[in-house]
Design a protein around this ligand. Structure first.
Ligand code: IPM
Ligand code: MN
Length: 352
């Protein structure tokens, strides 16, 4: 089959990890007789440097004319350390999510047996953990208006907004995912304090009867933050609003041993975007040390989304082989045993 894939490497380690994922995709194409054509576009700090805009129109055009998007990472310290910057790289990712209608971010958490001892958590706690966090991606504090500063600069405000339509669609999606898994859905909120959470709860209760086979429960986000670490095997599907999902999934990555292992899929409208959950890790950029596995696993999710299931599985198997063989970057290996980004990519590509 023929597919056009948009490549958005972005900033920091983004280009290096996307290069490894493309290497793997090319082997898949050859082995399974597909044609993947790629078009690369700018997003983030590199797009600001080149055009002044973190998500240029040309990039949007590449995305909307592709079958799927593979995204690397975004962010640059020169903006992180400048609270007055008018244009920020992260705006590129947010605009992209919003303008492509990507309202749901699916973040599966899996534990790899041979990495269990890499987790700072005890083996008996993390073994068997297998859940997916469904993070709402285009609402809440990230997008609510007004947002800004008072004239004297001494007051800042963000607004958390959710509409019924936004809440209903993400909950339906989460119930649907739970239906294909262990049929348990945890709605994470802060309904004891904030109004948007109470709307989420109300709508979840209204919708639940349409899914009588799913066991639904509510959990406050502070409690969820604790339970994810204390009892990760308890969860099957978690659904939550944008900021809670952002925070809880970085936390959850600790279970798998490294933030460099967690892929994600952002879905909603026509074209879907696949991205590692980690950031641009600027300290590692250009050093050939970053873990490419989250991006390679995102490529597996991309193929599965295009209904290329065997192909996605082939990538997963090759990643497992690399893990078992100890072909791992420094975030996961003992001192002196670290492999480079390209080594890990080459090993996975040659084991497809
Ligand atoms: C993520 C990232 C982004 C987010 C940043 C880079 C805007 O942390 O994808 O989790 O907060 O959504
Ligand atoms: Mn994040």
């Amino acid at each position: 089959m023929e597919f056009k894939i948009a490549l958005l490497p972005g900033d920091g380690i983004g280009p290096e990890i996307v290069t490894e994922a493309v290497k793997v995709l090319n082997v898949i194409a050859e082995k399974y007789s597909h044609t993947f054509t790629y078009e690369t576009a700018l997003v983030g700090a590199c797009a600001i440097d080149a055009t002044g805009n973190p998500y240029p129109d040309a990039t949007h055009e590449v995305c909307t004319t592709s079958d799927a998007i593979l995204f690397g990472a975004i962010g640059d310290p020169k903006y992180d350390n400048d609270p007055n910057a008018k244009v920020r790289p992260e705006q590129g990712l947010l605009r992209m999510r919003q303008s492509l209608g990507l309202f749901a971010n699916l973040r599966p958490l899996a534990v790899f047996d041979s990495l269990i001892d890499r987790s700072p958590l005890k083996r008996e706690i993390v073994q068997g953990a297998d859940f997916v966090c469904v993070r709402e991606l285009t609402g809440g504090l990230y997008f609510g208006k007004p947002q800004g500063r008072s004239e004297d600069g001494n007051t800042a405000y963000d607004t958390c907004v959710y509409t019924r339509v936004e809440v209903e669609r993400i909950l339906h999606l989460a119930f649907g995912i739970a239906r294909n898994r262990r049929k348990k859905l945890t709605v994470v909120d802060k309904a004891n304090v904030i109004a948007t959470s109470r709307l989420w709860r109300q709508i979840a209760k209204e919708i639940a009867p349409q899914y009588p086979d799913i066991e639904m429960e509510f959990m406050f986000v502070d409690n969820a933050a604790m339970q994810i670490i204390q009892r990760p095997t308890y969860f099957d599907v978690i659904v939550t609003e944008n900021l809670f999902g952002d925070i809880l999934t970085d936390e959850a990555s600790v279970i798998s041993g490294s933030l460099g292992m967690l892929p994600s899929a952002s879905v909603g409208a026509k074209v879907a975007l696949f991205e590692p959950i980690h950031g641009s890790y600027p300290q590692a950029a250009g050093k050939n040390i970053a873990n490419p596995m989250a991006t390679i696993l995102s490529a597996a999710m991309l193929l599965e989304h295009l209904e290329l299931r065997k192909e996605g599985q082939a990538i997963r198997n090759a990643v497992n082989k690399a893990i078992e063989a100890g072909v791992l970057t420094e975030d996961l290996s003992s001192e002196g045993e670290a492999h480079s980004t390209t080594d890990v990519g080459n090993f996975i590509a040659s084991n497809i």
